[in-house]
Ligand binder design. Sequence first.
Ligand code: MD3
Ligand code: FE
Length: 201
Amino acid sequence: TDVPLTVRGVLIYKGYLSAPAQAGLVEGLRGVIARAPLFSPETRWGKPMSVRMTSAGTYGWYSDRKGYRYERRHPSGVDWPPIPGSVLDIWHAVTGLERAPDCCLINLYRDKARMGLHQDRDEADFSWPVVSVSLGDDGLFRIGNVERGGKTESVWLSSGDVVVMGGAARLTHHGIDRIRPGSSTLLKDGGRLNLTLRVVD
Ligand code: MD3
Ligand code: FE
């Protein structure tokens, strides 16, 4: 669709990507994952996250007992692969920006994987938007407030949806409560793949 749904300043483009476009993205992401395999980052409390992750671009998001941060290499020591051109095209189309993102975080949710309410604040400049692309199974996306606590609103994101968080919404708390396993046949092994595009520095 053309006109986004707006929830608390977060723009949600339902059905933005056609089925062939989604299949093409998955193919590009398989290449990234082959070079930079998915891993389960450890939180600063030593518990593995339920979501498996990897990244493409100059920077990758990483977490261990020392905390959350961006790293220039995958934990294996290899550089993160380049962000596929098809992914960059989505960023430029929905943001209208000339500047490219320097991190594409790839999150894989299977079964009971979830991501608690948090803010994205490891980046240097919050005036750049964040763009998210959903592929595969539906995920229940929760949107809160810039401040901690208060009421939240939930929206199901499905395969091909694109979300843009900019302006005042950039620091909104958000998370994924759960996925609906088996709701999509896009990924051979099921689950939900989410891409999060960011300008890190
Ligand atoms: C709303 N990922 O990796 S992306 C993350 O679906 C993350 O995997 C979720 O949150 C996922 O940090 C949600 C959608 C998203 C990303 C950033 C936001 C929504 C946002 C920043 C501000 C408000
Ligand atoms: Fe986030």
